[in-house]
Design a protein around this ligand. Structure first.
Ligand code: FAD
Ligand code: FES
Length: 273
């Protein structure tokens, strides 16, 4: 059992939960995730380790379906049955030069430990984050401290500049700013656009993929994804991959694989009419 130390709403449909999980916390590194289960009847869902301390891990979750909805009902002092991890490979955060870290939506929280790790390794870190509106630009202070320069974009222009993260990246590339690595985490379409922008300039680009995970151990095959013509499993081979090699078309198709069942489960619980 893992005690919930806090569970707070930080933006519409976005929550931050701090959990007691000392074994995971001691080993966790940037880029890794946990599989969380609320109780014996609950499904396991993967969530990135957005922060950690000696004995705690912090997760940030977007309410999209049954399990994330059930998480919002959990109160401080209650517990989650399982917090398994850290899973997945850690970010290979060596000193490379200038690293541009790009996050979209809930990916902004997932980007924080990555930006922090690249900065700690001695890189110049440029952060570009994008959200639909000002309220959804989370972790702004934390990210600002973790990088050398931060750019914010919103779809409606309510924070930073109006537009997409890719607009800023395009401008940076056009300005001849030397970028040695781009790291992207967020909606699949955003990561695809970033990869398409950097490919002609041969800028190494990594994408942290959010395929549908079931067991998180490489056994069930549900998270499979084609990378460079080979089948990979996001849970054990990733979640980070060379974005220029990822078959994003397949990724987007597979993300909708269980849509009908998810909708059905939401209806049963009265989350959807
Ligand atoms: C490595 C990894 C890290 C992730 N980190 C975060 C994070 O830090 N914060 C966050 O909000 N979300 C994160 N996700 C996505 C998160 O796991 C899903 O939003 C969650 O499982 C939804 O569960 P649900 O029951 O509430 O929704 P459901 O109704 O079951 O699903 C809603 C949508 O969520 C996605 N999804 C559903 N089940 C899974 C699953 N088992 N694995 C992946 N995606 C799924 C699908 O696109 C689906 O259409 C991550 C996914 C992966 C693979
Ligand atoms: S989640 Fe089952 S193989 Fe990756």
């Amino acid at each position: 059992m893992h005690k919930i130390l806090s569970n707070e709403k930080i933006a519409p449909a976005l929550f931050k939960m701090e959990l007691e999980a000392s074994v995971v916390a001691k080993k966790a590194a940037a880029g890794q995730f946990v599989m969380v289960r609320i109780d014996e009847k609950g499904e396991r869902i993967p969530l990135t380790i957005a922060d950690r301390s000696e004995n705690t891990v912090t997760i940030v979750y977007q309410v999209v379906g049954v399990t994330t909805h059930r998480l919002t009902e959990k109160k401080q002092g209650e517990s989650l049955l399982d917090v398994v991890g850290p899973l997945g490979h850690k970010t290979d955060n060596k000193k490379i030069g200038t690293v541009c870290c790009i996050g979209g939506g809930v990916g902004i929280a997932e980007l924080y430990p990555v930006a922090k790790a690249y900065k700690a390794a001695g890189n110049e870190v440029i952060v570009i984050v994008g959200a639909r509106n000002k309220e959804l630009v989370i972790f702004k202070d934390k990210l600002s401290k973790a990088c050398d320069k931060i750019f914010i974009t919103t779809d409606d222009g309510s924070d930073g500049e109006k537009g997409f993260v890719s607009d800023v990246l395009k401008r940076l590339i056009a300005s001849d700013k030397k970028i040695d690595l781009v790291y992207a985490v967020g909606p699949a379409i955003m990561m695809k656009v970033v990869a398409d922008l950097t490919r002609p300039h041969k800028i190494k680009t990594l994408a942290s993929l959010n395929t549908v995970l079931v067991d998180g151990t490489g056994m069930c095959g549900s998270c499979r994804i084609e990378v460079g013509g080979e089948t990979k499993f996001a849970c054990v081979d990733g979640p980070e991959f060379d974005a220029h090699q990822v078959n994003f078309k397949e990724l987007m198709a597979r993300q909708g694989l269980f849509k009908e069942q998810e909708k059905h489960a939401c209806k049963i619980r009265g989350i959807l009419q």
